[in-house]
Write a protein that binds this ligand. Sequence first.
Ligand code: 5GP
Length: 183
Amino acid sequence: MIAEGCGYKLDNIMLSGGVIQRRVSELAAEIEAEYRGREVIVTGVLKGAAIFMSDLVRRVGPSVDIRMDFIAVSSYGNSSASSGAVKIVKDMDTYAEDKNVILVEDIVDTGLTLAYLRDMFTARGPGSFKTCVLLEKPARKKVDTVIDYKGFTIEDVFVVGYGLDYAGRWRHLPDIWGVVPEK
Ligand code: 5GP
């Protein structure tokens, strides 16, 4: 179970796969209730949100006309001192103008990335714009961000699993784990 070689190891399960799946179903039900009879472009931020988003959209019934899209971003410079300025590595394939958009993110830490993306998306003149975030870490928040659909609030621990990685590892785990330095 312990993966070696990247300086960190898995420590404890913070959210089990079962707990995550139940919450994802609740979020999907909220989205279904709000968007019934309408089209919405659910847009995931790669790669971290890919697993969360694929579970989420499969729990929204056919009464919502869901379209899927993705963006990929990378931070400028040193990520531990994030300025929040992000580079769009891959943009949406669809035009957001006049469309309903839900942006799906894995985790909000300082909030800078989500704040940047919100400004970028709202400048495109969508019909509506909402955010859906699996995890929020309020302890390190630097800017207030509106999260319309939130999975869980967690303490200030670096987490991996269920799409989240450290140095590219552990995204495939069904549970969310805290990691600690390997000694
Ligand atoms: P923010 O701009 O809110 O500080 O940073 C958000 C990004 O930082 C997330 O999209 C994610 O890539 C990364 N991040 C922040 N905290 C964690 C964490 O605990 N685990 C992982 N895997 N990534 C994190």
